[in-house]
Ligand binder design. Structure first.
Ligand code: ADP
Ligand code: MG
Length: 217
């Protein structure tokens, strides 16, 4: 089973948006998908409740930090982390995944919070990183804006104490398509292709990385 965690201590950075869209992406491709919601606010499960029965099925799991028990028929498990994660909780979430995506939005407060979060990641025992690959993405960006460029430069510069980089994968634009999709329990990949063509283009480096060996320990 493929395990992908979406995590960032800052609320509103797009964890649920990325988790639900990824779940929809894999479901649309015919995979058996589970969406595990570790956030007590339950936004991913809420999203799933809006989802119509004619769309590819996604299994919802209201998860605790214990690894959710699953039938071995699940191909992909997407895990939506809570906000305000710290220390041991970060370690325990990282220990149940093989891949972790960190979305960051280009506002000054989010960038400072991301710097603190990466500070926490750097403090974690080194051996945790042998078992997990972490990458960053920028979210809610305005195309060609200076804020997006600054965030991109910052995310490129994040490193582990070993000098190993967290790959920076892509910028997702701020788009009403994500709001519309969220309302209906859908992913942008399940809308008429023309309306979301540009957004889907920006997802390609992310899904390409996830489908490559580089995203696995
Ligand atoms: N790329 C985007 N474009 C437009 N709205 C977005 C985008 N990403 C997230 N949002 C909106 O921002 C809000 C916070 O996103 P959410 O995914 O819930 O963050 P988190 O789970 O990290 O708290 C939600 O209302 C969501 O619909
Ligand atoms: Mg959320």
């Amino acid at each position: 089973m493929r395990k992908i965690l979406i995590m960032n201590a800052k609320g509103g950075s797009g964890k649920t948006t990325v988790a639900t869209n990824l779940a929809g992406y894999y479901a649309m491709k015919g995979a058996s998908v589970a969406l595990a919601d570790f956030d007590p606010q339950g936004s991913s499960i809420d999203w799933l409740r809006q989802r119509r029965g004619n769309l590819p099925k996604i299994i919802g799991l209201e998860a605790s930090e214990k690894f959710p028990k699953l039938s071995n028929t699940v191909d992909v498990m997407i895990m939506d982390a809570p906000s305000r994660t710290h220390d041991e909780q970060i370690v325990s979430l990282l220990s149940i995944t093989e891949t972790c995506i960190v979305p960051v939005i280009p506002s000054p407060m989010d960038i400072r919070a991301a710097q603190r979060f990466f500070g926490e990641l750097r403090k974690i025992r080194k051996n945790v990183y042998n078992e997990v690959k972490i990458a960053t993405i920028a979210n809610k960006t305005r195309e060609n804006s200076r804020e997006a460029k600054n965030l991109e430069d910052l995310l490129y510069s994040f490193k582990l104490p070993s000098g190993r980089k967290f790959p920076f994968l892509t910028l997702l634009r701020q788009s009403a398509n994500y709001i519309r999709a969220a309302q209906r329990g859908m992913s942008i990949f399940e809308f008429a292709p023309l309306t979301t063509a540009l957004d889907r283009e920006y997802w390609k480096p992310l899904t390409g990385w996830l489908e490559s060996k580089k995203s696995r320990p």
